[in-house]
Design a protein around this ligand. Structure first.
Ligand code: PMV
Length: 327
């Protein structure tokens, strides 16, 4: 039996379709080159020790009881989804052992880049490797999705899906994931407002709106779906200009359902003014990140404009690789 194993999984950017994807519409999402890493190690006792530098939390679970080491009262809430995932994997593998799980991540937390899903996917993969549990990628996705439900309430599953499979995917709840073949580079600038927000609360806000005004919101969701469908065509034809316009349209729809704010809008408008082909918030909104698409020669100017407007910008590209075991 192995004594340790390591795995990593990528962050993501939702290019189009966030929130509407919770309500049955499709979304286009891509993996980016920032990763979360999980290192799993066997322990001599039966305890499960989890530590994460990114969220400054650590502690161990012993017979279901939590003992905090770092992070105070919130540490249990933050670490419990990963504990449940680990417990589940131990039960599946029928191995009566303890583990240390060390999580490391360069993905901004609570910023709309799928950090929690990447952590869950990397954790499942490292434990799967350590315990020889025989999970497939589909199983890893399912396990990470369960952890995401504990954290976010009613997520669509798009985050654990892209973190598991990588590349560019078309995701619709309950349907088979479709990989999109995108030949063209997608030069992107991400702008972080540095305002943390809760994905679960943003999902609940939109859910409430949908319940109160079903006729109106159904129409908006339908337009969201049309925007995604037109964007698939644009991606297939390497037509970045249309894709940019679709991103702008998508941002307007997200404003309509109340998930943008003045911080995100400021960065979005600054990016467009600096030559972006399109710009929109990405993820749950209310803070977190926006994304701009630009020709390579304009990337620096767009990033600079975002920085000048109070955001923190970085340039990124799509990455093919999803979850992977590290040597
Ligand atoms: O985790 P975030 O902040 O990137 O948001 C996920 C995207 C939502 O559509 C808002 C929620 C979901 O589960 O699809």
């Amino acid at each position: 039996m192995k004594t340790q194993a390591k795995a990593s999984a990528p962050a993501k950017v939702i290019l189009l379709g966030e929130h509407f994807v919770v309500h049955g519409a499709p979304a286009i999402v891509l993996a980016i080159d920032k990763r979360a890493t999980a290192q799993a190690q066997l322990r001599r006792d039966k305890q499960i020790f989890i530590s994460s530098k990114a969220i400054s939390s650590s502690g161990y679970f012993s017979n279901g009881k939590f003992h905090v080491q770092e992070g105070g009262k919130q540490a249990k809430t933050k670490l419990e989804p990963i504990y449940k995932l680990a417990r589940n994997l131990l039960n599946l593998s029928k191995k009566d052992v303890g583990i240390n799980l060390k999580i490391d991540s360069s993905i901004p937390v609570a910023a709309g880049l799928g950090s929690s899903a990447a952590v869950a996917v990397a954790s499942a993969a490292s434990l799967n490797h350590l315990l020889d549990a025989g999970l497939t990628k589909d199983d890893i996705f399912t396990m990470a999705f369960e952890a995401e439900k504990i954290i976010h309430g009613n997520p669509s599953g798009v985050d654990p899906a892209i973190s598991t499979y990588g590349g560019v995917i078309l995701y619709r709840r309950g349907e088979k994931i479709r990989k999109l073949d995108v030949a063209v580079d997608l030069p992107l600038v991400i702008g972080d407002t540095k305002i943390e927000r809760s994905t679960g609360k943003m999902i609940a806000h939109v859910g409430d709106l949908v319940n109160r005004y079903p006729v109106v919101s159904d129409k908006i969701i339908q337009v969201g779906e049309a925007v995604v469908n037109r964007s698939i065509q644009a991606l297939e034809h390497s037509d970045l200009e249309t894709l940019g316009e679709m991103m702008n349209l998508n941002h307007a729809l997200l404003c309509a359902i109340g998930v943008s704010n003045e911080h995100l809008d400021r960065l979005v408008y600054a990016a467009r003014k600096a030559g972006a082909l399109g710009a929109k918030l990405t993820g749950a909104g209310g803070g977190g990140c926006m994304v701009a698409l630009a020709y390579p020669e304009n990337l620096d100017a767009v990033a600079e404009a975002i920085n000048q407007s109070g955001g923190e910008a970085f340039i990124t590209e799509k990455t093919v690789e999803g979850v992977r075991v590290e040597s």
